[in-house]
Design a protein around this ligand. Structure first.
Ligand code: GAL
Length: 425
């Protein structure tokens, strides 16, 4: 073989190799476009079980599911990982998102416009207005809601309540009195996990209980300094101080689902938590009004503080669009919404899902939601990013957590709250 023919042969082999690798890359891209990577923080028993309903739905539509779980209730860790993935130009196809985070990513033009799918499936008519307010940015659908959670719930161990002849407290003073009875009988009154988002979840209810929906909105949505610095806000902090006295010494750092397990196992009598806690009771085979009680935090009966989990899909290649649409269509599918929410503890994000199949807590939530939508009193959860943007939210988190974990007076906390919000705005 001459030098010329050798180099021609090498060139041919190289061309073949390039060709083969191009084909392999094309095949990989094609395979990728048939797979949807979904990032989320649903790693507890109940959450994982609910998620499998979405996985099955996506698979039935002919797409693969690449699971990207980032543990940590409330989603802070997952949001940090997402930021890094976006910065490196490699976001997942879909990401669990709460409240104002959706608009933040949409404003950077990173999210897929879901309008054609929304129009085809009639989302405008199916999803309640206060939820759409977060799914849509500038009138365009950029996220799809999977559930409506409510944060102002108390979950109680029925055996302990029966043994001590307790009934759901109607006022905050009654709750304090019940806690004393529970403590005396040797149980922990309140199961709590000392993480900022869990303390913020208690604060949602305390603010609502102290001032009602109008005050809640003025303080935590409008960030009105007068409301933030008011005597009513001081009362909310007083409630936080009283709740602090109901927990056990090992509360710092505890995960929310371990706190739920304390109620399930009869170590603690109550937990104040969103209705994802109900998913843990269900996962443990426990039944509403047989093994556990669900009732509203005293002073918030009928009030609906909502937290809706949505999924935003990221603009990637044209090839990934079909998978993202299949995923979004699964999320808002009527049957998927029924099954998913019955397991998750929440209620559907579309209003046409029948109530049967939901337990008494779920049915109560559905009725209260409809009433709150009508009267315009449905308010977004501060703790879960539906009341204010991230800047002030984190500032209020710090004030609330500092208060809960110190001996600060309510009057001082209120002053600090006003300053923190003013600096963060
Ligand atoms: C919330 C989320 C819920 C729930 C909870 C605990 O942020 O919206 O769906 O699962 O965290 O992980």
């Amino acid at each position: 073989m001459t030098k010329k023919t050798i180099s021609a042969a090498i060139a041919a082999i190289a061309a073949l190799a390039v060709c083969a690798s191009t084909t392999a890359a094309a095949a990989a891209a094609a395979a990728d476009s048939k797979t949807v990577e979904v990032m989320h923080w649903w790693t507890s028993g109940g959450e994982a079980r609910a998620l499998s309903v979405l996985k099955d739905g996506v698979k039935q539509r002919g797409f693969g599911w690449k699971d990207a779980p980032i543990a940590g209730g409330g989603g802070e860790a997952a949001r940090t990982v997402l930021k890094a993935r976006v910065a490196s130009g490699n976001p997942p196809e879909a990401m669990q998102m709460l409240g104002f985070t959706i608009a933040e990513y949409a404003s950077q033009d990173l999210l897929t416009n879901l309008d054609p799918l929304a129009a085809k499936e009639g989302w405008d008519k199916l999803v309640p207005g206060p939820i759409q307010r977060f799914s849509k940015v500038d009138g365009h659908w950029v996220a799809v809601p999977v559930d409506i959670h409510r944060t102002n719930w108390i979950w109680a161990n029925k055996k302990i309540f029966d043994q001590l002849h307790l009934t759901p407290p109607k006022t905050f003073d009654e709750l304090v009195a019940d806690a004393a009875v529970i403590r005396k009988a040797g149980y922990i009154p309140l199961a709590h996990g000392g993480q900022p988002w869990q303390e913020a979840t208690l604060f949602d209810s305390a603010v609502m209980s102290a001032g009602g929906p109008k005050f809640y909105t003025q303080a935590l949505v409008d960030l009105d300094p007068k409301a933030l610095g008011s005597k009513t806000m001081e009362k909310a902090f007083d409630q936080m101080r009283a709740l602090r006295a109901m927990v056990d010494p090992s509360f710092p750092g505890r995960d929310w689902n371990l706190a739920t397990a304390m109620v399930i196992n009869g170590k603690a009598a109550m937990q104040i938590m969103g209705d994802w806690a109900k998913g843990e009771f269900a996962n443990a085979g426990k039944k509403a009004n047989v093994d556990y009680l669900c009732f509203q935090y005293p002073g918030t009966q009928g009030d609906f503080i909502f937290n809706t989990d949505q999924f935003a899909t990221f603009k990637k290649s044209d090839a990934s669009l079909a998978g993202e649409y299949a995923f979004a269509s699964t999320v808002l599918d009527k049957d998927v919404q029924a099954k998913f929410n019955q397991i998750k503890g929440s209620i559907p994000a579309r209003l046409d899902v029948p109530q049967d199949g939901f337990d008494e807590c779920g049915q109560k939530s559905m009725a209260d939601l409809r009433a709150a939508v009508k009267s315009g009193t449905m308010v977004g959860s501060f703790a879960h990013g539906h009341a204010m943007t991230d800047g002030p939210k984190n500032a209020v988190y710090d004030v609330v957590t500092h208060f809960f974990n110190s001996n600060q007076s309510s009057a001082d906390a209120v002053k600090q709250l006003v300053d923190a919000v003013a600096n963060a705005k």
